[in-house]
Design a protein around this ligand. Structure first.
Ligand code: ADP
Ligand code: MG
Length: 693
């Protein structure tokens, strides 16, 4: 249960004075529905209203707050002219200028003969001093409130700054000092403010430096958020690990036999990763490990070998892929290898129905099948294993790590290996997956040739098609990718369909089309035709993004490359260059290229190192925008910036570990305060775990 001290912060924004239904809808869209969400809504600018000159001294262009007498109103004679109000102080005259104003309103706020304080930008216009649409017009007794630095907040459609600023001021009134959860010695050392002071200060910037990511108040709040996150992850992980695992350490020589039977030597990092996995499996704890490796780095065989370890321990292994196409491909690879060492492999997808499915499930339940490859279908209720010891999940970006513990739940204490072809930058790794152990495949299988990468404006389309003609004559096969614009799959589809028709006119009968809306069997058919060489060109939306292995494909054309993220382009490019012919990647873009898009394409031309590309991607786009981050379960921070607060992230991780080492149930004085921190950042379910664990 949420501690009482936080109740006011978790009240609805509608409870704030002045926030009615219309305003609250806009606020909810912008920040969130609770008072705390407004507190977290940080200013990104400021207006200094402390400058209060006489009219004649006011510097043109400056924001000034001036005390004036209202002299005369001049309503416009025709509508498109402005309404002017002439004011003065002892010596100067200023015109307040309003376009499309309501006369009665202006007469009400600026009564002739009265003193008013106006604040806004002073301009000199045709020899006159004027102020268009003052930001504020108040009575003299409100001067003090006005003569300050006003924070400026990000807005959304339907929300203007005045009511938002007021709502935020009201919400801050509900914040109270909270028990200190940060290490007091550390706070002392960095001269860090308390949570309450940091919050107050963040909303009362005095100059631009107060708005920056490394302003002490902003850092403090960011650190709170990161610590809450790291602590929550560490608690989840600790609970996970506590669920007793089992030792899978029997070595019957099967692995060695299988390795010797491979048509190639394992790369060094395949060996290292396999060892790490086997060591984890041998521990009595539950494994939760991430295997990262670029496209084509050879993750599948590592997973296969790890599953064999389960098999030689009398148990089973399961490999889940995000699509049917991939499941089939894995099945093909793995069953060929496994049959050679006498291990039976099955496949289960959503397409399997009726008798065949029943029979398969029977064999899985009685242990006849040792390794199963499949799609989401493996999650189905009636899928029962005889004894699942290792669950492997391929391409976790499609699934989201933390949600996918389900498969592991099919086996008593099953170990879990998650594979991803999108190398995760170190920082993200720390923040989002610090609860996972990780292995990295950093070297590529021998014999891979680099893919020649070029960027061309789309006006060169004809040249590209001409080049394809020549290449296809010498047996090349081509992937042609049309971008996915997430808002509308139908629009994407149209682009791909049009391109297919266009290319088909040039290469009659030799062009296939594959997209996400197609039924499984149809996709397979097209894929198979392309693999068999019955098609020379495969036009695709990004369904081919993940995992597809067609060694004969040697050319990749990507349209509107500027719309893809760096990692995504890298992944797409990884579809070619798998065979022994030299290959190329053509990035077609719509000019003019923005700075970021240009940087992206340059990096891609420069390097083929997925880990470096991932770092650059993060740097260029910021964590929030990394494509697919939402789906992948990456946290979205409100106060912290994963890129700019890297150092805080590391500190928070270490801090979280230390805290849990010393006080695993969070019962000490600081522990209790940390519970409040967890609630403050809505990690309620995690605190619940603490209580029950
Ligand atoms: P990933 O899933 O990491 O993208 P795959 O497991 O699909 O990569 O492997 C890509 C290709 O490389 C496959 O054809 C596989 O047989 C091959 N391969 C894997 N490991 C090696 C190796 N050590 N040497 C040569 N080829 C390898
Ligand atoms: Mg793969």
């Amino acid at each position: 249960m949420r501690p009482e001290i936080l109740f006011p912060l978790f009240a609805s924004v509608t409870s704030l004075p002045g926030v009615g239904p219309r305003l609250s809808t806009a606020i909810e869209k912008l920040a969130g529905s609770n008072v705390i969400d407004l507190c977290w809504h940080m200013p990104n600018g400021l207006v200094d209203r402390r400058y209060s000159p006489k009219i004649l001294d006011a510097v043109p262009g400056a924001i000034a707050t001036i005390t004036v007498q209202v002299i005369e109103h001049h309503p416009p004679r025709i509508r498109r002219l402005p309404y002017k109000v002439t004011c003065s102080d002892d010596g100067g005259v200023i015109d307040l200028v309003f376009f499309h104003a309501r006369n009665d309103y202006l007469q009400k706020i600026l009564p002739v003969g009265e003193t008013r304080i106006i604040s806004g930008k002073v301009e000199h216009f045709q020899g006159n001093i004027q102020m268009s649409h003052p930001d504020h017009v108040v009575k003299p007794e409100e001067a003090e409130d006005l003569l300050t630095v006003e924070p400026v907040y990000p807005l959304t459609a339907g929300l203007t700054s005045k009511p938002l600023n007021k709502a935020i001021r009201e919400s801050l009134k509900l914040a109270t000092p909270l028990p200190e959860w940060q290490d007091p010695a550390w706070l002392e050392k960095i001269k860090g403010p308390s949570w309450f002071d940091a919050l107050t200060k963040s909303h009362a910037p005095e100059d631009d430096s107060d708005l920056s990511f490394d302003a002490p108040a902003r850092q403090r709040l960011a650190y709170d958020e990161l610590l809450a996150d790291q602590l929550a992850l560490s608690i989840v992980r600790a609970t996970q690990r506590k669920k007793s695992g089992r030792r899978i350490d029997n070595d019957t020589g099967l692995l060695e036999k299988a390795i010797n039977a491979l048509p190639y030597d394992l790369t060094n990092s395949q060996k290292v990763s396999l060892d790490e996995i086997l060591e984890d499996m041998a521990e009595p704890l539950r494994m939760l490990r991430l295997l990262q490796g670029d496209v084509g780095s050879g993750k599948t065989v590592v997973a296969y070998l790890a599953m064999l370890r389960a098999v030689e321990n009398g148990a089973q292994g399961a490999l889940m892929a995000p699509t049917e196409v991939l499941a089939k491909q894995h099945f093909k690879t793995i069953s060929e290898l496994a049959n050679g060492v006498g291990v039976k492999v099955g496949i289960l997808t959503g397409r399997d129905k009726g008798k065949a499915r029943e029979e398969l499930l029977g064999q899985l339940a009685d242990g006849n099948i040792s390794i199963i490859v499949g799609t989401h279908a493996l999650f189905q209720q009636d899928v029962k294993f005889n004894d699942l010891a290792l669950a492997v999940i391929d391409e976790q970006h499609r699934f989201g790590v933390h949600q996918r513990l389900m498969l592991a739940d099919k086996g008593a204490a099953a170990d879990m290996l998650v594979m991803t072809a999108t190398p995760i930058p170190r920082t993200l790794m720390l923040c989002a997956y610090s609860d996972l152990d990780s292995s990295r495949l950093t070297d590529k299988p021998a014999g891979r040739k680099p893919v020649e990468t070029r960027a061309l404006p789309n006006s060169r389309l004809e040249d590209v098609v001409g080049r394809l003609e020549t290449a296809i004559q010498t047996g090349a096969r081509v992937f042609w990718v049309c971008p996915l614009v997430e808002e509308s799959e139908l629009v994407d589809l149209k682009a791909a369909t049009d391109r297919h028709a266009f290319l088909n006119r040039r290469f009659p009968g030799r062009v296939g089309l594959i997209h996400g809306q197609m039924k499984g069997p149809d996709k397979d058919k097209v894929m198979a035709a392309f693999a068999a060489g019955e098609l020379d060109i495969l036009v695709a939306t990004t369904v081919i993004e993940v995992g597809v292995d067609i060694p004969e494909a040697s050319i990749m054309v990507i349209e509107h490359a500027e719309r893809f993220g760096l990692s995504q382009l890298h992944q797409l490019r990884g579809r070619v260059g798998r065979g022994n012919q030299s290959s190329s990647c053509l990035l077609l873009y719509a000019p003019p290229l923005g700075e970021t898009a240009r940087a992206r394409l340059n990096i891609l031309r420069e390097t083929d190192d997925g880990f470096r590309i991932a770092e650059e991607d993060l740097r260029l786009r910021g964590a929030g925008e990394m494509l697919g981050t939402r789906q992948s379960g990456l946290p979205v921070f409100r106060l912290a910036d994963i890129v700019k607060h890297q150092y805080l992230m590391m500190a928070a991780r270490d801090d979280a570990r230390l805290i849990l080492d010393r006080d695993p149930a969070l019962t000490s004085e600081r522990g209790k305060a940390l519970r409040i921190l967890l609630y403050l950042f809505e990690k309620d379910s995690v605190v619940q775990t603490l209580r029950s664990g």
